[in-house]
Design a binder for this molecule. Structure first.
Ligand SMILES: N[C@@H](CCC(=O)N[C@@H](CS)C(=O)NCC(=O)O)C(=O)O
Length: 95
């Protein structure tokens, strides 16, 4: 991870999909900020801007680039920080 990396997770506490991403970030030892959505309020303008298709959390924002869908985010994290704690098997069939 470059020291200039800026990582924000748009999430709300209690979301199992958000937790999947939090666990991946923790396993890799990646520092990040949380932008907490309020599940009792209407969706934030940030969420509506970043996930124009499903408008769902979690959204990972890496240096300003949004990545949506928790499994895709986990695969992205694993690929970008591949030097640390592999999350996904190298061979998806054999493992
Ligand atoms: N397939 C998505 C599911 C995400 C999802 O359902 N997020 C919920 C919170 S747990 C959400 O944002 N719901 C708001 C809505 O459905 O409008 C993923 O894996 O990221």
């Amino acid at each position: 991870m470059a020291s200039s990396d800026h990582i924000v997770l748009l999430d709300f506490l209690g979301s199992p999909f958000g937790m999947r991403v939090r666990l991946a970030l923790a396993a890799k030892g990646i520092e990040y900020q949380i932008e907490e959505e309020d599940s009792t309020q209407s969706k934030s303008s940030l969420l509506l801007k970043l996930d124009t298709v499903h408008k769902k959390i979690p959204v990972l924002i890496h240096n300003g680039k949004p990545i949506c869908e928790s499994l895709i985010i986990v695969a992205y994290i694993d690929e970008v920080w591949k030097d640390r704690c592999p999350l996904l098997p190298a061979d998806p069939y054999l493992h």
